[in-house]
Design a binder for this molecule. Structure first.
Ligand code: PRP
Ligand code: URA
Length: 210
């Protein structure tokens, strides 16, 4: 199966159109980011193994399939990745959450690390790194490299909007990582923002400005 999946779903396109709209207030942006993430999460979670459990229905024993939610760790890249956490927790409330803090340097566009905290034993199952934006790919590559150093066995990266350049860099540096994308834009501008993109996702989610 292709390691990069760009979803084509009418509701996902619909939700992303509200993220792209410059007039969407933070509450609208957050709600649509969460809903778009749920749609992506339903595809990402096809990767999860299930185990058979016997469940007593009111009539008989049913052989059912369950996922070990506690073996899944959602890792938002701070800050903007926070806007995608609840979308995964809606589907897997028992998943665990770790945090990677990275901020892009405005001149070099390189990520600078300021925080890293994972739940104990996080690396044994699926680690799902979430960030709305994959621009140069520097932040995603840095976060994934750090997670690998800390023992993450199987990593997936999920974003709402990617650039072609970001996908190329991520797949070149981390060919083992499955990548799920909402929509892909062709262009990065001279400030390394995705065009047309959504602007600064962290600022749009939290109502801050550069
Ligand atoms: C944004 C975004 C990604 C990164 C993408 O975060 O959320 O983490 O930039 O750019 P890249 O692919 O070129 O690395 P930013 O550093 O602006 O921090 P924020 O989430 O706190 O706003
Ligand atoms: N970070 C963002 O939030 N938006 C972009 O377009 C690029 C990086």
């Amino acid at each position: 199966m292709d390691k990069v999946r760009i979803l084509d779903h009418p509701l996902l396109h619909h939700k992303l159109s509200f993220l792209r709209d410059k007039d969407s207030a933070p509450a609208v942006f957050r709600a649509n980011a969460e809903a778009a993430t749920v749609l992506l999460a339903s595809e990402v979670t096809r990767l999860l193994p299930t185990e058979t459990v016997a469940v007593e229905t009111p009539l008989a024993t049913a052989q059912c399939q369950r996922v070990r939610e506690e073996d899944v760790t959602i890792v938002p890249i701070l800050r903007a990745g926070l806007g995608m956490v609840q979308g995964f927790l809606d589907l897997m409330p028992g998943a665990r959450v770790g945090h990677v803090g990275l901020a892009r340097n405005e001149e070099t566009h390189e990520p600078e690390a300021y925080y890293f905290k994972m739940p104990p034993g996080f690396g044994r199952g699926l680690t799902i790194v979430v960030d709305p934006m994959l621009a140069t790919g520097g932040s995603a590559c840095d976060a994934i490299a750090t997670l690998k150093r800390h023992g993450a066995a199987r990593i997936v990266f999920v974003c709402l909007i990617a650039s072609e350049q970001g996908i190329a860099r991520l797949t070149a540096e981390h060919p083992d990582v499955d990548v799920f994308v909402g929509e892909c834009d062709a262009v990065l501008n001279d400030r390394a923002y995705i065009v047309p993109g959504v602007g600064d996702a962290g600022d749009r989610i939290f109502g801050t400005e550069n």
